[in-house]
Design a protein around this ligand. Structure first.
Ligand SMILES: Cc1cc2nc3c(=O)[nH]c(=O)nc-3n(C[C@H](O)[C@H](O)[C@H](O)COP(=O)(O)OP(=O)(O)OC[C@H]3O[C@@H](n4cnc5c(N)ncnc54)[C@H](O)[C@@H]3O)c2cc1C
Length: 358
């Protein structure tokens, strides 16, 4: 028999979204229990590429991406997070997209962040490893780059201090009565709380259903390879919208982490080391179009993983549900949750603090 635990807010999911929210809640004085049945950052967060940039070509999350970039650059709320590896960020776009994307570029500039548009010649002069056809442009953010995502998650845990309790157990359903959430049933006993955040990726769907909330989510495949390369000095993080390729330097200075967006959905919600031969070949072929050196570079590692996306593939959301009162969800980040996490956590915490008042 396990004693019941009590907090102001119970959070299911100890990934970057749950922990960013927990840190903000404790900063507001709330007592928080984070429920996760893996080690902290044991889901998508622990294997995230960690690329951060403010430019959001979809325009949906421009404000959150800019807010988060600024927060990452100032190393969190207390200057304690790992520093952004400012290798610069290039988002490659088709020249014909420029007019439509200009408002999103301007929004980043208006937020006080450096952003510029380079043509193919500029890109190749600055980054001779890259080969870019003339019909492409790069949206360049010189101060962006990447961060070790699992270390940021640990820093958030530390920043939350004694107000955060981690409960290593599986959430089985939500407790509710009189149209209000009352906590979480877990395999390690009940957690009592006046507000609950679901930040459990696809695990959120069944938990939401236990109180009659429909939150359809699917998995999408996200994987990457590590390719040995000694030709990475000055290589920026690069995201190619035209091919789906993305890459960054690996921390040891002798490898490139590279992936290609995948359309494969409904894959198992599991993470494992290594990628299959077919996926390695796909990544190598597509990424080598822009970074030809990778065509013959040996693969020295990789990860096969997933992220949660909304059922339609639309943008992730932070939602405060009217019924049951006190339920907030933050889900559906579809391969891009890390760069938005500080803003998502701030937004979720604001909703939860509001819910606690009533
Ligand atoms: C390979 C890869 C590369 C990526 N690269 C980038 C990138 O470069 N930039 C970027 O911005 N984003 C990137 N992403 C996306 C980003 O990492 C994710 O969007 C983000 O980490 C999602 O965080 P989360 O907290 O929502 O989910 P998760 O980190 O998956 O956390 C959810 C947690 O919920 C727990 N859980 C689920 N169900 C239950 C339950 N019933 N009981 C208890 N616990 C439960 C899980 O154990 C898990 O720890 C990448 C993702 C992957 C997979």
């Amino acid at each position: 028999m396990t004693a019941a635990l009590t907090a102001d807010v119970a959070i299911v999911g100890g990934g970057i979204i749950g922990l960013a929210s927990a840190e903000r809640l404790t900063a507001h004085g709330a007592r928080v229990i984070v429920i996760d049945d893996t080690a902290a950052a044991g889901g998508a967060t622990g294997v995230s590429g960690g690329l951060v940039r403010a430019f959001d070509p979809s325009g949906t999350h421009t404000a959150w991406a800019a807010e988060s970039s600024i927060r990452y650059r100032s190393r969190g709320w207390h200057g304690s997070w790992p520093a952004v590896r400012r290798h610069g960020s290039l988002t490659l776009i088709d020249r014909r997209e420029l007019a439509a994307l200009t408002p999103h570029i301007e929004a980043v500039r208006d937020a006080g962040l450096e952003i510029d548009v380079l043509d193919a010649g500029d890109i190749e002069r600055r980054h001779p490893q890259l080969t870019v056809p003339d019909h492409l442009l790069a949206v360049a953010e010189p101060q962006a780059g990447w961060l070790p995502a699992a270390d940021v998650a640990l820093a958030l845990r530390r920043d939350a201090g004694a107000g955060l309790h981690l409960h290593h157990t599986r959430a089985l359903g939500l407790k509710h009565s009189s149209s209000r959430v009352r906590g979480v049933h877990t395999s390690g006993g009940d957690v009592h709380a006046d507000a609950v955040l679901l930040a459990a990726g696809t695990g959120s769907t069944d938990l939401a259903a236990s109180v009659g909330v429909r939150l359809p989510l699917r998995t999408r495949a996200v994987s990457y390879c590590l390719f040995h390369s000694d030709d990475i000095a000055g290589l920026p993080t690069t995201v190619d919208r035209t091919t789906g390729a993305w890459l960054r330097r690996w921390e040891n200075g002798h490898a490139v982490l590279a992936g290609v967006a995948s359309a494969r959905a409904d894959v198992p919600a599991r993470i494992r080391d290594g990628v299959g031969r077919a996926e390695e070949d796909r990544i190598r072929t597509v990424v080598a179009e822009r970074f030809p050196h990778l065509a013959h570079a040996p693969a020295v590692g990789g990860v096969t993983a997933y992220d949660a996306m909304t059922a339609t593939g639309g943008p992730g959301t932070v939602t405060s549900w009217p019924d049951p009162h006190g339920l907030v969800t933050a889900v559906g980040w579809n391969g891009g949750g890390f760069k938005l996490a500080p803003a998502i956590g701030r937004q979720a915490a604001d909703h939860l603090m509001e819910a606690l008042k009533r």
